[in-house]
Design a protein around this ligand. Structure first.
Ligand SMILES: [Zn+2]
Length: 302
């Protein structure tokens, strides 16, 4: 089976190289669960049209980790992913390492993993994206001719802690997520008061809103010229990420509502953000899908 060949070839690359313990341990762990049949392998099952479409046409999204109908953890390989494999195609190993990290996190958190809320899901996603960066840096760079997409991941890993790669590929900002996580921790550990938290959130919102005049409109996307279009997209994704994960700082939606009522200054920003997101959503979604196509077309080297 091709997938066995891919795992075997990846095993050759990693070998006894423990430069990244994260990569090494994750791989060894995943390999064992497959050998022990704690994880089932499936090839291109028809699960749902959205996933099938991705599986059929993409290498980057061409396989994933899930559980099957009987609740057994499963690695699902799409046909396109398998068909395009060659020994020199390092992107296949990167995609596999990403899913192996999900598998690893699943076994660490078996009862909660598939019940994760959006915030927990993105944390798992960051774990998996981070292993892509580490794997490229310590196991592929200098040995493989990196594709444009792989080089992009490596640059992002080294220069901006994967913020630009998560913006481009996951449509969320790792930086903003980390900022909100830190504020949540400080607030819940009583390092900062509620008033201080609100002040900091207003400050952050103002900083993000100050870029609102740069948010993309449909006209900009259709007439895309110049390099700044990605950074303009990034401004939108940052504010979108801010809006999405804000509520997790508080103890549920009810505390969030209470706070919005109590702090009109904060409420104003929140409403403004909502409005701007709805105004620019379509244009950014369009640009985002063109990014997906770009990275998928440029993920194989040579
Ligand atoms: Zn993932």
């Amino acid at each position: 089976m091709i997938y066995e060949q891919i795992i075997h070839d990846l095993d050759e690359i990693i070998g006894n190289n423990k430069t990244s313990e994260n990569v090494y341990n994750t791989f060894e762990f995943a390999k064992k669960t497959i050998q022990n049949k704690d994880v089932v392998i499936e090839i291109n099952p028809k699960i749902n049209p959205e996933l099938d479409n991705k599986l059929a046409n993409s290498i980057l999204g061409g396989m994933y980790f899930s559980k099957n109908k009987s609740g057994v953890p499963t690695l699902i390989f799409g046909q396109e992913y398998l068909d395009t494999y060659s020994e020199n195609s390092s992107i296949h190993y990167i995609v596999l390492m990403h899913e192996f990290r999900h598998l690893y996190d699943y076994f660490l958190n078996q009862t909660s993993f598939f019940k994760s809320n959006e915030k927990e899901k993105f944390q798992y996603e960051l774990n998996a994206v981070n292993i892509e960066g580490e794997f490229i840096k310590y196991y592929l760079a200098g040995k493989y001719n990196l594709s444009e997409c792989e080089d992009y991941i490596l640059q992002s890993y080294e220069k901006d802690n994967l913020d630009s790669w998560t913006i481009a590929n996951r449509k969320e900002s790792a930086d903003i997520f980390r900022i909100l996580n830190n504020l949540e921790r400080e607030y819940k550990q009583n390092i900062i008061s509620k008033e201080q938290l609100i002040d900091k959130l207003i400050q952050k919102a103002d900083q993000l809103l100050s870029k609102a005049d740069k948010f993309l409109n449909l006209y900009d996307v259709y007439n895309a010229n110049g390099k700044d279009i990605f950074s303009r997209y990034g401004h939108f994704i940052r504010i979108k990420t801010f809006e999405k994960y804000l509520k997790y700082i508080f103890n549920g939606e009810s505390e969030m509502r209470e706070i919005l009522m109590k702090y009109p200054e904060f409420n104003n920003r929140f409403n403004m953000i909502h409005y701007l997101l709805s105004q620019h959503d379509q244009a950014n979604a369009l640009y985002s899908s063109s990014l997906d196509n770009y990275f998928d077309d440029n993920c194989v080297n040579g």
